[in-house]
Design a protein around this ligand. Structure first.
Ligand code: PMP
Length: 406
C-alpha cells in the first residue's frame, strides 16, 4: 500500500459533536493525542491496523497504548471470549475460568503463587500498595519521580486538578536508577515504609526511556528486604513484551508482587496482581472488589492470549521486530540528515530527534500520522505480533516522506 496524505473530516465532525456531550470531547490519555490533523475516532480495527471515520488505514504503532499484543481481533482470543460470553458474563457467582486463569499465571510467572483480578492497571497497583501496607503495618510508599501507576489520587502529582496534598502525603519520590538516593532515604531512620513500587525500567513521557543500570535491581531488592520493605514491579505497560515470566526475569531480580494489565487479555478489560506466598494472607485480608471484576469472558480471552504468547515465544519476536524497525527508522533519519534516537526495550520503543526542538519532533510524528502510521510524540510505542515485514516498509516510506516535509 502507498502512503498518501489523509484528511480527517469525519473525525473532526464527530469531535465537534463529542465536545457538546463529553467534557473536553475526548478525555484522559486519549485527549493528549488529539491533534488537528490526526484521526480522533476509529471505525474498525484488524491485526496491526485501525481505520478512522474517514476510512483511512493506519499501521498502529500504539496498539491501544499496549493491549493489542497479538493484533486486533485475534481469532483464538475472540473465539475464547465469545464462547465464554455465550455462557454468561457477570453472573451472581464467580466463573471457574477465574481459577483457570489464576492457575495459568501461577504456572507462567516466576514469582506468582497467587493472583487477584481487576479491570485496569491502576486497580492492580492500588491493590499492591494496600497489601504492602497490610503486610508490613507501615504506610509510606517509595516511587520513582514521574513513574506512572494510574490515576488514583495517591499516584497523581499534588498540583493536579482535583488532587489535594494529603493524597500523596505518604509518597516519597526518588530518581530512577539512583540506588544511592534510595539508600539515603532508608538511612534516615524512617521505618514507616511499606513498599517500593516501580516499573521494571523507566518509561516516562517525552523523554528517553531508560533501562536499569547493571546491578541496580539486585541492590534495590536486597536493600528493601533488609529493611522489611516489599518491592512491587509495575509491569502494566511492559508485561509480556519483555519476558512472559515477568519482565523482572529479564533484568535478573525477584520482586514480591507484580502488577499486570494492558496486554494480558489482548484488549479485553482485565488486570491482575500476582504475588509471593508470604504475602498471601495479607492479600486475603485486604478488601478489594468491583462489580465488573468477575466478568468471565475477558478472563477466557486472557487464557487464550497467554497460551498464544507462549506458543510463539512472543517477547523474542516482538523485540526482534522492534530492533529491525528501529534500525530502519534510524537509517531513514540519517539519510535525510536527522538523528533519530530510539530508547527503551525495542518491543516498545520511544523515539526522539536528537538536536531538534520538540516542536520539530511533533511535526515529524504528525507527518507520519498523516501518511498512515499512528504514532505519538510523547509516549513510547508498542509492537504487536500482527505487525509484518511489509508494515516496516510502509512505516519507513511514511517516515522518509515525513522527514522530507520538515
Ligand atoms: N502502570 C503503568 C506503567 C502504566 O503505563 C499504566 C497505564 N498507562 C498504568 C499503570 C495504569 O493502567 P490503567 O490505565 O489501565 O489503569
Amino acid at each position: 500500500m502507498k502512503n498518501t496524505t489523509y484528511e480527517v473530516k469525519k473525525s473532526d465532525e464527530y469531535f465537534a459533536k463529542a465536545k457538546k456531550v463529553i467534557p473536553g470531547g475526548i478525555f484522559g490519555h486519549y485527549k493528549y493525542a488529539v491533534r488537528e490533523s490526526g484521526p480522533k475516532f476509529f471505525s474498525k480495527s484488524e491485526g496491526a491496523y485501525f481505520w478512522d471515520l474517514d476510512d483511512n488505514r493506519y499501521v498502529d504503532l500504539m496498539c491501544g497504548y499496549g493491549p493489542s499484543i497479538l493484533g486486533y481481533n485475534h481469532p483464538e482470543v475472540e473465539e475464547a471470549f465469545k464462547s465464554s460470553s455465550d455462557k454468561g458474563n457477570t453472573v451472581s457467582i464467580a466463573s471457574p475460568v477465574m481459577v483457570d486463569l489464576a492457575s495459568k499465571l501461577v504456572d507462567m510467572v516466576d514469582i506468582a503463587d497467587w493472583a487477584l483480578f481487576g479491570k485496569n492497571g491502576g486497580d492492580a497497583t492500588s491493590l499492591a500498595v494496600m497489601i504492602a501496607r497490610e503486610f508490613t503495618g507501615k504506610k509510606k510508599i517509595i516511587k520513582i519521580d514521574d513513574g506512572y501507576h494510574g490515576v488514583a489520587p495517591w499516584m497523581q502529582d499534588k498540583n493536579r486538578p482535583g488532587v489535594i496534598a494529603s493524597d500523596s502525603e505518604h509518597v516519597i519520590k526518588i530518581k530512577w536508577n539512583d540506588f544511592e538516593e534510595l539508600e539515603n532515604v532508608l538511612s534516615q531512620g524512617n521505618n514507616d515504609i511499606a513498599c517500593f513500587i516501580s516499573s521494571p525500567y523507566d518509561h516516562p513521557v517525552s523523554r528517553d526511556n531508560s533501562l536499569p543500570k547493571e546491578g541496580y535491581w539486585e541492590k534495590v531488592t536486597s536493600l528493601c528486604k533488609t529493611h522489611g520493605i516489599l518491592t512491587i514491579v509495575d509491569d502494566v505497560r511492559s508485561g509480556f513484551r519483555i519476558n512472559l515470566k515477568g519482565s523482572n526475569v529479564a533484568f535478573g531480580f525477584s520482586p514480591d508482587m507484580i502488577c499486570f494489565g494492558k496486554a494480558i487479555a489482548n484488549g479485553h478489560p482485565l488486570a491482575s496482581l500476582v504475588g509471593k506466598e508470604e504475602i498471601r494472607k495479607a492479600a486475603e485480608r485486604v478488601y478489594f472488589t468491583g462489580t465488573q471484576f468477575f466478568s468471565a469472558p475477558p478472563m477466557a480471552a486472557a487464557i487464550a492470549t497467554l497460551n498464544e504468547l507462549e506458543k510463539v515465544d512472543a517477547p523474542k519476536k516482538l523485540i526482534d521486530y522492534g530492533k529491525n524497525l528501529n534500525s530502519r527508522l534510524e537509517a531513514v533519519a540519517s539519510e535525510k540528515g536527522f538523528n533519530l534516537i530510539s530508547s527503551g526495550v525495542s518491543s516498545m520503543p520511544y523515539y526522539r530527534l536528537e538536536g531538534e526542538t520538540f516542536e520539530t519532533h511533533i511535526k515529524w510524528i504528525d507527518e507520519c500520522v498523516k501518511r498512515g502510521v499512528y504514532m505519538l510524540s510523547y509516549h513510547n510505542h508498542f509492537i504487536s505480533l500482527a505487525h509484518k515485514e511489509e508494515d516496516i516498509d510502509f512505516i519507513e516510506s511514511a517516515a522518509r516522506q515525513a522527514f522530507e516535509s520538515l
